[in-house]
Ligand binder design. Structure first.
Ligand code: SAH
Length: 345
């Protein structure tokens, strides 16, 4: 069986079944542009080719198990079940201004164990395959299609560390950019990382046009290590070298989650300003989404505003982010599967 994302294999089936290239284009448009279901896509093919396609092509590898729509904003959490019965989550975001986006998972669980992140509490199970990553986008597109929307942005900010699943994430980004498939420009794709210098270097040389986001959260080594155990392996000075290389190709997004008394004090601000000096970055100030079991507290909005204003005055591009989907536990760091926990309990 081949997947719908394997253009070479599909081309071989097209030749074997003598389907005209323009019919193949209709088939692909049905799947990727118009977000139709499998039966509707098959109908675009000549009748005598349908059985062969149906037999040879694995249409989807994820089952949409649950959908939760936020009552307070335009977020929907989608819970998917993999064939080996793991649960993963994607979040559809419909910001009032801006493009419909999907936040995808790249792994089942995560091995980074950041202290502020709910996914870390699940531990790590396995990497997602390329098709499992892409299916989240395809199925999200089907969810928003009846609303007259289409997914225009893909962010790798769901469960998992994308740069620890490098091969599959690279192949997924290739497919997201490919004209016959999702046809997104690089600037509409964001890959967010805890900061793994070698992988960041590989990423920026392979995809100079794709948006890279770095979860920095502190520019002080000791504080960062407490928040993100991976920081011990990849110290801030090494990380900065990778940032210099990445920012030479385009603006990098810096994510800075604000935690009271941890990374929001005067010395934290000064370290951050100094660390980012001279780099082409866009700083995103993120509110903390609390989750059960954690004892960290978020920095109140007025202080976040002051912190952001100072960075702006120092010459940086800054966005003060508000959280979407907090009522459905879809906000960053909350992508932990209640269902899975229930079934264990
Ligand atoms: N592993 C990647 C991508 C997944 S997390 C990374 O670390 O970048 C996506 C973003 O959500 C990261 O910036 C992460 O630090 C942030 N995040 C995690 N837990 C959060 C929480 N409880 N509140 C707010 N943001 C959180």
């Amino acid at each position: 069986m081949v997947t719908i994302y394997d253009t070479e294999a599909l081309e071989a089936i097209r030749r074997r079944t003598a389907v005209q290239p323009h019919r193949m284009k209709l088939f692909r448009n049905a799947l990727f542009k118009n977000a139709r279901d499998w039966d509707a896509a098959l109908e675009t093919l000549p009748e005598n080719a349908r059985a062969d396609f149906a037999r040879s092509v694995d249409f989807e590898c994820l089952d949409l198990a649950e959908r939760h729509d936020s009552e307070i904003d335009g977020a929907s959490k989608l819970i998917f079940q993999t064939r080996d019965a793991n649960l993963i989550e994607s979040v559809v975001l419909r910001p009032k201004t801006g493009r419909t986006s999907v936040c995808v998972s790249s792994q089942v669980g995560c091995a980074c164990y950041c202290s502020f992140c709910a996914t870390g509490m699940m531990g790590f199970s396995r990497n997602l395959t390329t098709a499992e990553i892409l299916d989240q986008v395809t199925q999200s597109n089907r969810v928003v299609r009846p609303e007259g929307r289409a997914i225009r942005n893909v962010v790798f900010m769901g469960m998992g560390e994308p740069l620890l699943n490098l091969d599959n994430v690279f192949a997924a980004v290739d497919a997201l950019k490919a004209a016959p498939l999702f046809n997104l420009t690089g600037s509409r794709i964001t890959v967010s990382t805890v900061g793994i210098p070698d992988a960041m270097n590989r990423f920026t040389s392979e995809f100079p046009d794709v948006q890279l986001a770095l979860s920095l959260h502190s520019a002080r080594q000791a504080a960062r290590e407490r928040l993100m155990p991976q920081a011990r392996k990849y110290p801030l000075d090494e990380l900065r070298e990778a940032l210099v290389a990445a920012t030479a190709r385009g603006k990098v997004m810096i994510e800075y989650l604000m935690l009271a008394g941890v990374n929001d004090r005067e010395e934290d601000y000064l370290a951050l300003e100094n660390y980012l000096k001279g780099l082409s970055v866009h700083v995103n100030i993120i509110p903390f989404n609390e989750f059960a079991g954690g004892d960290l507290r978020g920095t109140p909005l007025p202080e976040r505003k002051r912190f952001a204003a100072r960075l702006k005055a120092a010459g940086f591009d800054v966005t003060l982010r508000y959280s979407l989907g907090s009522d459905i536990a879809a906000a960053c760091g909350q992508l932990v599967q209640r269902k899975q926990k229930e079934s264990v309990a």
